[in-house]
Ligand binder design. Structure first.
Ligand SMILES: *[C@@H]1O[C@H](CO)[C@@H](O)[C@H](O)[C@H]1NC(C)=O
Ligand SMILES: *[C@@H]1O[C@H](CO)[C@@H](O)[C@H](O)[C@H]1NC(C)=O
Ligand SMILES: *[C@@H]1O[C@H](CO)[C@@H](O)[C@H](O)[C@H]1NC(C)=O
Ligand SMILES: *[C@@H]1O[C@H](CO)[C@@H](O)[C@H](O)[C@H]1NC(C)=O
Ligand SMILES: *[C@@H]1O[C@H](CO)[C@@H](O)[C@H](O)[C@H]1NC(C)=O
Ligand SMILES: *[C@@H]1O[C@H](CO)[C@@H](O)[C@H](O)[C@H]1NC(C)=O
Length: 426
């Protein structure tokens, strides 16, 4: 017995070391697989749980809103004094860098014919110290929210702007503008163009790009796939349509649930939610954990992937069967970089106009456009305001200060007053 023990002990060390090694190796693999599974399940469970929460809420409001009979909390034809107004709604990051240009634009307007509302970052006040144009003084919303570009907070900001403008019954047209937008015509032209159209200008088309998964079947049955639309965020609405947007809770809550911002694929982000796996990677068991990490990241990607500002209003209007009340095009021009063939990059990166490419010829070329071709639907949209053929674009976006100065000095917005360019404030 003793001998055996000793002999086995003399024999065993290499054997048991191998055993221990293999056992340990298997244990690590088993452990990492199970941790991986647990992490995935937790992710699944937590997203499921919140989905269920929200879906039960949204489907109950769905049924109570009686299948998209438009809920109109305000009566569209509230009487008001004076002329109908165009509401200019600015979505700004902070200040309005092109305020000097808009100042000239509004100077040539009748103050009774328009109103201005600005959504800027919370707490940002428009006054002498932050804008060169008195038209913007105190025009910021007091209930603005922190906006993440490409997040659902963006459409919430739009809804806040529309809501604020609806408070004035004289506002009959509602134009959404970014802080880099410029007008291409004088005020009276823009005013009569918009007022002449009883329809909203919303480019809305079928979103056939399903591989990107902008639409997720989880949105069904509240939003069926056939109602999913895509289009530009920079729209112009008539009053009744602005009310549809502000009154909507059902579609918005679905977007809120399923259109979370896509987290960038980088390790530091992964660390937050996949710390277990990352620490395992450091042990050296790379293959399994890395694939597990990627499964997780892919899931996050899928889950958060839908660009709300390019789908919300369009899909909402399709749900309300308003397609027939729209001019399915936009009045705001942007130039896509032709050399970028990938649709996705195109979607995110319109070209910025600078001083050099905002000269009279370029501006004229934009103003001369009278039709738009929608590739997805093989549809050519001839631009009209209530069946009168008109140029397509009233505004253009992605203008730098230099480009805006060039435009202004061209005198297209009215008499050109050079002093606005030399007023260095702010
Ligand atoms: C505004 O622009 C239009 C078209 O460009 C022009 O016909 C009209 O005379 C301008 N009006 C004023 C008041 O400048
Ligand atoms: C202001 O509105 C009135 C009434 O709609 C219109 O006649 C007038 O031309 C407008 N003024 C400008 C500068 O657009
Ligand atoms: C829009 O159409 C109306 C006719 O419905 C026309 O009188 C008006 O001049 C047009 N506006 C512009 C800016 O072309
Ligand atoms: C649009 O055109 C129709 C028919 O041409 C006309 O009855 C209507 O008043 C016009 N709408 C506006 C807002 O000018
Ligand atoms: C990680 O999870 C937390 C809560 O579990 C969440 O607040 C955070 O947004 C997640 N981070 C990423 C990058 O998804
Ligand atoms: C278009 O994009 C390409 C590649 O991203 C870039 O090299 C080029 O300068 C861009 N052109 C313009 C006009 O922005």
């Amino acid at each position: 017995m003793k001998k055996k023990t000793s002999s086995s002990s003399s024999l065993l060390p290499p054997l048991s070391a191998r055993h221990v090694f293999w056992f340990g190796w298997k244990l690590v693999i088993a452990l990492s697989i199970s941790l991986c599974l647990v992490a995935l399940l937790r992710l699944q469970y937590s997203s499921q749980e919140s989905d269920d929460d929200d879906l039960s809420r949204s489907s109950s409001s769905f049924s109570s809103s009686s299948r998209f009979t438009p809920r109109r909390s305000r009566i569209s034809n509230v009487p008001f004094q004076g002329p109908p107004k165009v509401a200019f709604l600015f979505l700004a990051r902070r200040n309005l860098p092109l305020d000097f240009l808009w100042g000239t634009f509004f100077e040539n307007a009748d103050v009774a014919n328009f109103s201005i509302h600005v959504h800027s970052e919370p707490g940002f006040v428009f006054d002498e110290s932050t804008t060169r144009s008195a038209f913007f003084y105190n025009r910021q919303l007091t209930d603005s929210i922190k906006v993440g570009w490409g997040e659902v907070s963006m459409i919430q900001a739009e809804r806040l702007l529309l809501g604020a403008a609806l408070a004035d019954p004289a506002n009959q047209r509602f134009v959404l503008l970014s802080d880099s937008c410029v007008p291409l015509y004088n005020f009276s032209y823009v005013y009569s163009y918009l007022m002449a159209s009883p329809r909203s200008f919303v480019d809305s088309f079928l979103d056939l790009d399903q591989k990107e998964g902008r639409y997720t079947p989880k949105m069904s049955p509240v939003i069926p796939k056939i109602k999913w639309r895509k289009g530009s965020q920079w729209i112009s609405l008539v009053r009744s349509h602005a009310e549809v947007v502000v009154d909507d809770e059902v579609i918005f809550s679905v977007f809120k649930k399923f259109c979370k911002r896509r987290p960038p694929i980088d390790v530091s982000k992964g660390k937050q939610n996949s710390s277990v796996m990352l620490s395992l990677i450091s042990v050296g068991n790379t293959l399994i954990e890395v694939s597990c990490l990627f499964a997780n990241m892919q899931k996050l990607q899928k889950q958060h992937n839908c660009i709300p500002d390019e789908h919300y209003v369009q899909t909402l209007f399709a749900m309300h069967d308003l397609d027939g009340e729209l001019e399915k095009r936009m009045v705001t021009y942007s130039l896509w970089n032709e050399s970028v063939t990938n649709m996705e990059n195109k979607g995110w990166h319109p070209m910025t106009f600078n001083y050099a490419n905002a000269g009279p010829q370029q501006i004229k070329r934009i103003k001369d456009i009278i039709s738009v071709y929608y590739e997805n639907e093989h549809r050519t949209e001839w631009c009209s305001n209530n069946s009168t053929r008109v140029p397509c674009f009233l505004f253009a976006r992605k203008f730098s200060r230099g480009a805006a100065m060039h435009l202004l000095s061209g005198g297209v917005l009215g008499p050109f007053d050079a002093s606005v360019l030399f007023d260095t404030q702010p």
